[in-house]
Design a protein around this ligand. Sequence first.
Ligand code: NAD
Ligand code: SER
Length: 314
Amino acid sequence: MTKEKILVIGASGQIGVELTLALRNLYGNNNVIASDLREQNPLLEGTGPYVSLDVMNKEMLHVQVIRQNITQIYLLAAILSATGEKNPNLAWHLNMQGLLNVLDIAREEHIHKVYWPSSIAVFGPTSPKQNCPQQTIIEPSTVYGISKYAGEFWCNYYHQRFGVDVRSLRYPGLISYKSAPGGGTTDYAVEIYLEALTEKKYECFLQEDTYLPMMYMPDAIRATIELMEAPKSNINVRTSYNLSGMSFSPKEIALSIKQHIPEFEITYKPDYRQEIANSWPQSIDDSSANKDWGWKPQYNLQSMTEDMLTNLKS
Ligand code: NAD
Ligand code: SER
């Protein structure tokens, strides 16, 4: 069997840090090359190789893939929903061209597997709000959602046309304590824990009853690895799999925090991100992921709050 050599692009971000560490556990530290435009995240220091890399520079990316004998690529570099609305051209450019650069190189170099995340942001105001199905009306209203939906079809195209084994998940909003989130609409659910511990209060940029699909990072990392390790014949969705963890509102997460920090208070001052949140479903049907590769989430709001507060305190 060929030894796998993995390149993670965007490794210093919220998902990248934890995914790189998990892949290093699985494949060996030296077989997972972390890369990013910005400096290496301190949590990655000393755990394995790091290269500075701009995914938009296709030539340099290609050189690295050949020089390091890369066999798998995880592409995490992107501009997320809230930042994307501030600079739509930049978001479209990075999210699309970055993916096309990776898919082209994967095809030319016969890369074994590519991972690229999509998002619940592909869904728009006309999609069903509850248990939003895998296949349904999809009319995204953010540039981020448009780029993710187009990206899903590029993945499907490279698989159908060139046989590239590219796999994808529509992540819900991800909550984690190891590395900071990067400009998403769901980031309130990370900020709230930090502010609860330090300030005992939090001003939320979404209304109290805004339900969104969410997931705790350990579940997201496990889902990614389970998808990537699944036999090729099990992967029936070549756009991107719906993925579900939990669904809650700012009011509910505040109540779960209050059980641990009774003096915690939340106030609400919705901004432009409210409109983005309103365009997304409140919960997701991930039965295809369950059927094809056995996906089951482990964390709920209560167990996530306990774990987040314990880890942030220490
Ligand atoms: P993030 O913003 O925390 O990390 C992205 C990383 O990419 C950053 O470290 C950034 O420096 C790097 N990057 C940006 N431009 C680059 C370039 N040109 N070349 C190389 N690196 C570059 O994002 P994240 O939350 O870790 O998200 C990773 C992926 O998962 C994205 O595709 C995102 O759309 C998707 N996703 C995330 C969430 C979430 O809640 N975090 C939910 C759904 C989907
Ligand atoms: N968490 C992401 C965002 O809010 C969803 O893709 O942008």
